[in-house]
Design a binder for this molecule. Structure first.
Ligand code: NAD
Length: 432
């Protein structure tokens, strides 16, 4: 099949590369000409496991191409996937639709044949109708079907999630579009559920899923707070809860609050949708507020440990919003560091993949280390803010020998409290 993807970011690129790997002809389109140039040269513009290898394989096979021109990119496309960003509006915090509507308008201007226009970006309910309206205004005689086909991939696992999705949601009443998209997903694993639903339901499914997962994280964080007060262990609690299949064992890791490019903006957009429709979404509103407060609370924990130490130095391990990605958008680490900086602290940070993206956000307000051991040198506290597997296997004895004062604030529960204490550290985990 001929597939065009408008927006070649964390969703568009793995999706494009994945479809190419399955044998389809793919054109990835992006307005960012630097991105397009890098991709044409076979250089991935973001970190995802296995993405580099699949990208160069498929460029060589001639199955994937890149362009900055929508008109050029959608020629002969049977399916056009929209995967541009929907960040929060700076004032109202609803999803800002300007990138979607600009892309659709440009696409409609030059589309000259039937195509399925599948919106993969996370968009508010009713966007499908708005997209149809734009297409009708710009190109009144065009025959196309606008479908909501939300994306559920997890950053850090984008490639494997592309090939093994739990479900594919296809939101449309058009039989023609349903047939084309069902065909596109025919070769996927048997366990993948293809859900054919109304377009508005598909748009809701995405937001409701993300808001639910964000609430689950908020819930386990509150349980961790209580565990700390009553002497229970959050790890044991999570296993005890998670073995109940009605609850499930995912998203029960306590931490410094959720972050990333999805949960924060999607919960805000959902709360806005509730308010606009006169429906109280108190769980989501509360989750947003408490998640914001949590990051400040984590910074306070770190500050408390060093309050008596003059000119204390903080080592931060982890800047990405979670392990396995270089994405620092809305990363809890960014908020925690901002709060530490407001308290005039000195920080050296290390992240296995996210240093370059973090430098764009934090500039020279902190120092950066080339590895974890360099980061902890002469530090008075080490704060673990991202759950990178690499951090689990660090040599704690070596870390102890490098630090000036031996304090650990482990916001991801990666290290063993007993081992740390036996080496002379004070150790604070979450919910322990
Ligand atoms: P991103 O910012 O990484 O990528 C968006 C890309 O679109 C950018 O490269 C930008 O240059 C490009 N773009 C913007 N306007 C364009 C235009 N008119 N023409 C061509 N390109 C244009 O965003 P992302 O993280 O990939 O997210 C995209 C959408 O998918 C969002 O709605 C997001 O909520 C949703 N989503 C993201 C994830 C995730 O894990 N990142 C998961 C599921 C859904």
């Amino acid at each position: 099949m001929k597939i065009s993807i408008i927006g070649t970011g964390y969703v568009g690129l793995p999706t494009g590369v994945g479809f190419a790997e399955l044998g389809h002809q793919v054109v990835c389109i992006d307005k960012d000409i630097k991105k397009v140039a890098a991709l044409r040269a076979g250089r991935s513009t973001l970190f995802e496991k296995d993405l580099d290898k699949l990208l160069s394989q498929n460029i060589q096979a001639g199955r994937i191409h890149f362009t900055d021109s929508i008109c050029e990119g959608i020629k002969e496309a049977e399916v056009i996937i929209i995967a541009v960003g929907t960040p929060p509006h700076p004032v109202t915090k609803e999803a800002d639709m300007k990138y979607i509507y600009a892309a659709v308008s440009e696409m409609a201007n030059c589309l000259d044949h039937y195509a399925v226009v599948a919106v993969k970006s996370t968009v508010p309910v009713g966007t499908g109708e708005n997209v149809e309206g734009i297409i009708k205004d710009v190109n009144p005689t065009l025959d196309c079907d606008v479908v909501s086909m939300p994306e559920f991939l997890r950053e850090g696992f984008a490639v494997s999630d592309f090939f093994n999705p739990d479900r594919v949601v296809i939101g449309t009443d058009s039989e023609r579009a349903r047939a084309i998209l069902s065909d596109l997903y025919k070769g996927f694993p048997e366990k993948t559920k293809i859900l054919l639903v109304k377009r508005r339901s598909a748009e809701m499914i995405k937001y409701a899923s993300n808001a639910f997962l964000a609430m689950k994280i908020h819930y386990i964080n509150e349980m961790a707070n209580l565990c700390e007060k009553v002497g229970a262990d959050i790890g044991e609690l999570a296993v005890g809860m998670g073995t109940d299949t009605r609850i499930g064992n995912k998203f029960l890791n306590p931490g410094p609050g959720y972050g990333g490019s999805c949960f924060p903006k999607d919960t805000l957009a959902m709360a806005y949708m509730g308010r606009m429709n006169g429906v109280e979404l108190s769980l989501i509103e509360n989750t947003i507020q408490k998640n914001d407060e949590r990051k400040i609370e984590m910074a306070k924990r770190i500050l408390k440990v060093i309050q008596e130490i003059p000119n204390a130095k903080i080592a931060v391990l982890g800047l990405a919003f979670k392990g396995g990605t270089d994405d620092c958008r809305e990363s809890p680490a960014m908020e925690i560091i901002a709060e530490l900086l407001r308290n005039k602290t000195t920080i050296t940070a290390y992240d296995p993949k996210a240093l370059e993206n973090a430098k764009i956000l934090l500039e020279n307000k902190i120092s950066y280390a080339d590895d974890a051991y360099e980061a902890v040198k002469d530090a008075d506290v080490v704060a673990i803010l991202t759950e990178w597997d690499d951090f689990k296997s660090l040599d704690l004895t070596r870390i102890a020998s490098l630090m000036r004062t031996k304090n650990i604030v482990d916001c991801r529960n990666l290290w063993d409290k007993k081992q740390a204490e036996s080496l002379g550290f004070t150790y604070q985990g979450i919910g322990k």
